[in-house]
Ligand binder design. Structure first.
Ligand code: IPM
Ligand code: MN
Length: 368
């Protein structure tokens, strides 16, 4: 029997509620697929910060580094000034554990939950690969003449060849292996005759960010041409990308972009797949401790009421199983989520699901 050690950070707000349901479903999957999952809980988050004035001790980072996977609920507390917990916990873990990919699948499970008129599950099935260690998120920059009328604030976008290349390679590999090598339905006849099987879209701003995206674009074509001939290379400016997410989401297979653009477009992606109630992401270090989370945040106004949708956290658990190499178990969880979403859920929004948080967890676990 395969055994995995999982670190669990329930965190703030509705985090503990949704993580509880994710663990419930993971345990059901473990029983069905003969796995052993050992959980270690970590008390990290806003409450702890208010108690101790420390966002996260160094020792916790060192312990977390040893796990193959971390399941995170949410970080964010209304009584803590914005930035402290984000930088002190979430971004710190992304950076120090070198989780250089933020993987965000955008998949519509049921037409009823799509805000776009006429779009069906087969139209919305793409993945955003967001660079997760660089760009505008490094904290590079500063103030000059702070607090005076001459104040200057500089926030620098950091793009290294190494960082860009490893992100692009991950995205190309994903494009290659998605659907088990079966061709993407969006390819044109001419692409298929040219031997293409999938598509990778670089989303950037080459017309304005002429340094950063020049590097991205050069490496994109160099790597693609040399090592991924069967992946069609496509480019879209990030503003146009948001337009097409709404108008023609079926144009996308895999998208790769920098940290800030990826942050923005994946919130839009979450909406087209049915909202924050179902959107999950993985902070991935392909060779180390990776962290999986529902992307919706701590939702303070719904905390403790049993009304928040746990499906996003359950899907984060599914991504975690997949990352651990438990493909069948991951598929089992996804099928259960699809079934419950299609056949039971009245809505994916908090308080409108037709079930409580824990009932939704029970329904998914019951399908396994
Ligand atoms: C996300 C969040 C974070 C980000 C915040 C909380 C720092 O919005 O995971 O997308 O900007 O990356
Ligand atoms: Mn975000």
């Amino acid at each position: 029997m395969k055994s995995y050690n999982i670190a669990v950070i329930p965190g703030d707000g509705t985090g503990p509620e949704v993580v509880g349901e994710a663990v419930k479903v993971l345990n059901a999957a473990a029983r069905r697929f003969d796995l052993k999952l050992n959980y270690t809980h970590y008390d990290v988050g806003g409450e702890r910060y208010l108690r101790t004035k420390e966002a996260m001790p160094d020792s916790v980072v060192e312990e977390l580094r040893k796990f193959p996977a971390i399941l995170l609920g949410a970080i964010g507390h209304p009584e803590v000034k914005p930035g402290i917990l984000e930088k002190g916990i979430l971004l710190r873990l992304r950076f120090e554990l070198e989780q250089y990919i933020n993987l965000r699948p955008v998949k519509l499970y049921d037409e009823r939950f799509c805000p776009l008129k006429g779009k069906k599950p087969e139209d919305i099935d793409f993945v955003v690969v967001r660079e997760n260690n660089e760009g505008l998120y490094t904290g590079s920059g500063g103030f000059v003449f702070k607090g005076t009328p001459n104040e200057i604030a500089i926030q620098e976008s950091v793009n290294t060849y190494r960082g860009v290349e490893r992100c692009l390679r991950f995205a190309f590999e994903l494009a290659r292996k998605r659907r088990g090598g079966k061709p993407w339905r969006g390819l044109k006849g001419e692409d298929v005759s040219a031997g293409k099987k999938s598509q990778l879209t670089l989303s950037g701003k080459t017309n304005v960010l002429t340094f950063a995206f020049d590097l991205w674009e050069r490496v994109f074509h160099a790597v693609g041409e040399k090592d991924f001939a069967e992946v069609k290379r496509d480019y879209a400016h990030v503003d146009a990308t948001t337009m097409w997410f709404v108008k023609n989401p079926e144009w996308f297979d895999v998208i790769v972009t920098d940290n800030m653009f990826g942050d923005i477009i994946t919130d839009l992606g979450a909406m087209v797949q049915g909202g924050m109630g179902i959107a999950a992401g993985g902070n991935i270090n392909p060779n180390g401790a990776s962290m999986f989370e529902p992307i919706g945040g701590s939702a303070p106004k719904y905390t403790g009421q049993g009304v928040i949708n746990p499906l996003a956290a359950i899907c984060a658990g599914q991504m975690m199983l997949d990352f651990l190499g438990e493909t069948e178990a991951a598929q089992g969880v996804e099928e259960a989520v699809v079934k419950v979403t299609r056949e039971k859920m009245k809505s994916l929004a908090a308080g409108k699901m037709g079930f409580t948080t824990s009932q939704v967890g029970d329904l998914v676990a019951g399908e396994l």
